[in-house]
Design a protein around this ligand. Structure first.
Ligand SMILES: [Zn+2]
Length: 240
């Protein structure tokens, strides 16, 4: 029988590597990073939309300010002509007075509208600020998680390298066909390719092996074929 003890050592390192790979795949920073990236992606459109709406209102406020300025300029122009002493017709002066009053009413309407828009502008500004704050927070969370994830992955990769070289050392003297058989058993039995037989129990699946079968396994000589657990299929290694 080949050196099955060495096969158990290979199994130990394979199991350790399986655990490390599982830990690497399920690092909680990976979820944190994915959540932060999803939040950032989800914020992009609402932020662009809020900025566009705020900018529209800003432009509308500027247009109103221009209109107010020209109404004021027009009124002052009429006022200047009115009081220049060059107009003597009372009817004409009355018309000019009416025009000034009409321009002043128009100015007030524009200013009321401007005030409304400025309130709207302020609300949209606050909305943009809040969305930007959330973007900044999510960016920081993602950066922290990315850095932590990188560190933990590197640490696990270093442990995996240690396991790989220890496995290679243990597997070095085992026949290739036995290692291949072990590999097939491992695939079938969710990671357990070789297990210690303690008493009547397979340590791979914890099931009891019939006594006659245990006797047969223990009696096998150096040239015997390896025995498998009937339940999980692992190569059984009798305790010496
Ligand atoms: Zn078993």
């Amino acid at each position: 029988m080949p050196d099955l003890e060495a096969l158990l050592v290979v199994q130990e390192h394979d199991t350790a590597a399986d655990h490390l790979r599982h830990r690497r795949a399920t690092l909680h920073e990976r979820d944190t990073l994915a959540e932060a990236e999803a939040e950032l992606a989800g914020l992009a459109a609402p932020l662009a939309d809020a900025v566009a709406r705020r900018d529209d209102v800003e432009r509308a406020v500027l247009r109103l300010e221009d209109e107010v300025a020209s109404a004021v300029a027009k009124a002052s122009e009429v006022d200047k002509v009115m009081y220049s002493g060059t107009i003597s017709s009372p009817k004409e002066l009355q018309n000019m007075q009416a025009e000034i009053e009409q321009l002043q009413r128009y100015q007030r309407t524009l200013e009321d509208r401007e005030l409304e828009l400025m309130e709207r502008q302020e609300a949209l500004g606050a909305e943009v600020t809040e969305l930007e704050r959330r973007c900044t927070a999510a960016t920081a969370t993602a950066a922290t998680a990315r850095a932590a994830l990188g560190q933990q992955e590197a640490a696990i990769d270093a442990e995996l390298a240690v396991e790989a070289s220890a496995r290679a050392a243990a597997a070095g003297n085992l026949p290739a066909d036995l290692l291949a058989l072990y590999g097939r058993c491992r695939e079938r039995a969710r990671g357990i390719g070789a297990a210690r037989l303690v008493g009547h129990t397979c340590q791979g699946c914890r099931l009891t092996i019939p006594a006659t079968e245990v006797d047969r396994i223990r009696r096998t000589g150096a040239d015997a074929e390896v025995a498998h657990c009937d339940n999980c299929g692992a190569i059984l290694v009798p305790s010496t």
